[in-house]
Design a protein around this ligand. Structure first.
Ligand code: PLP
Length: 384
């Protein structure tokens, strides 16, 4: 059996999305910027897609700009806030995705902004009292608060309305990385005081290399990528037509089927937690897994074991694809900055399992069975 439990890294593309994208790829080759009939057909598809995305978020189409994915959207939010809105203070957290963290660090190194990191509580949540304190201490500055909606490794979620309300109180701009939650939660940026929001299609069974940024209409920013007048002069370059159509379709499907998917995945989580904690001694579930959490990732630390370092590899050999912390840093062997921020026990090996709509309970049981085998007493030789 081959089991894919790495849906927070990326998801399989929905067949209905593939079908539509294939059709568009074959039939719509006109450049959307051309004014002839072929071009107009492509343009219409882009604008229809934009309208669908905007309607799903309860915003106007002009507030949605298609990007190459979540990374570009995060970069754009931070850079535009600093360069165009005069933000000279960024508050973010040490457990953000590197698309945010590295951009914030670069801006700080360039001397354009002061960077503050909000404290993380032992359960992995942002310390809201500290956020207030930082905003209060830097009242004289124009601040951008950049906090992700759900953490990609441990799943912990912030309350967008709460953070948006605090930003409003301190007249700060608010960017949220919703890459892990768009398509899986009902998100309405206008109800939460969000100025920028980043999203990516491949996390909700859409294609890779396409995403979008929401930019509140009251915020005037300049393009980050210069060139043609695409995306209402906000992002030069011929549009990824097939990707855009695929993004809109996958978002539409995900939102329509969200309730059903959530219910099934909650069942998988429950079973996995119950079985792992009762069948393997010393298993710890990281983050606020029973509280304010996204339902997709489940981050588990396993007890010290002679094959601890090889756990992911052994699971892979057994047919299970999962991830050690964030997929984006796996392979570079630098460990998880998120688990480090939580002071997780470094003698334990941690694995992020993340569920999707195509998983089955049989696959969950298969995965737990393999883990139980790996940790069975005959194989277990705990290192000192
Ligand atoms: N932000 C978060 C929270 C993510 O999980 C990811 C991808 O793993 C990204 C941003 C980057 O998105 P993309 O792969 O579309 O560039």
């Amino acid at each position: 059996m081959k089991v894919y439990l790495d849906n927070a890294a990326t998801t399989p593309v929905d067949e209905r999305v593939i079908e539509l994208m294939t059709k568009v790829l074959k039939e719509n080759y006109g450049n959307p910027s051309s004014i002839h009939a072929h071009g107009r057909k492509s343009r219409t598809l882009i604008e229809k897609s934009r309208k669908k995305v905007a309607a799903a978020l309860g915003v106007t189409p002009g507030e949605i700009l298609f990007t190459s994915g979540g990374t570009e959207a995060d970069n754009m939010a931070l850079q535009c806030a600093v360069k165009d809105l005069g933000c000279n203070h960024i508050i973010t957290s040490p457990i953000e995705h590197h698309a945010v963290l590295y951009t914030a660090e670069r801006l700080a190194q360039e001397g354009s902004v002061h960077l503050s990191l909000v404290n993380i509580l032992p359960n992995g949540h942002v310390d809201i009292a500290h956020l207030r304190q930082l905003l209060e201490e830097h009242k004289d500055k124009t601040s951008l608060v950049s906090l992700m909606h759900a953490n990609n490794e441990i799943g912990n979620m912030i309350d967008l309305k709460e953070v948006g309300g605090i930003c409003e109180e301190f007249k700060a701009y608010f960017h949220t990385d919703t890459v892990q939650t768009i398509g899986h939660w009902d998100i309405k940026p206008k109800e939460c005081g969000v100025h920028f929001l980043a999203a990516s299609a491949h996390k909700f069974n859409g294609p890779k290399g396409i995403g979008f940024i929401y930019v509140d209409e009251n915020v005037q920013v300049k393009p980050m990528i210069l060139g043609g007048s695409q995306e209402r002069n906000m992002r030069g370059g011929t549009e990824n037509l097939v990707g855009i159509v695929g993004l809109a379709k996958s978002l539409e499907i995900s939102l329509a089927e969200m309730g059903e998917m959530k219910e099934r995945i909650l069942g998988f989580r429950k079973r996995m937690i119950e079985r792992l904690t009762s069948e393997i001694e010393g298993v710890v579930v990281n983050g606020d897994y029973n509280g304010k959490t996204n339902y997709i990732p489940l981050n588990i630390s396993f007890p010290a074991h002679k094959d601890g370092e090889m756990l992911l590899f052994n699971l892979d050999i057994a047919g299970v694809s999962a991830s050690g912390g964030s997929a984006c840093s796996s392979g570079s062997n630098i460990g998880s900055h998120v688990l480090r921020a939580l002071n997780a026990d470094s003698s334990k090996s941690s694995i992020r399992f993340s569920f999707g709509k195509y998983n089955t309970m049989e696959e969950v049981d298969f995965t737990v069975d393999r883990l139980v085998e790996i940790f069975s007493p005959s194989k277990k030789e705990v290192t000192a």
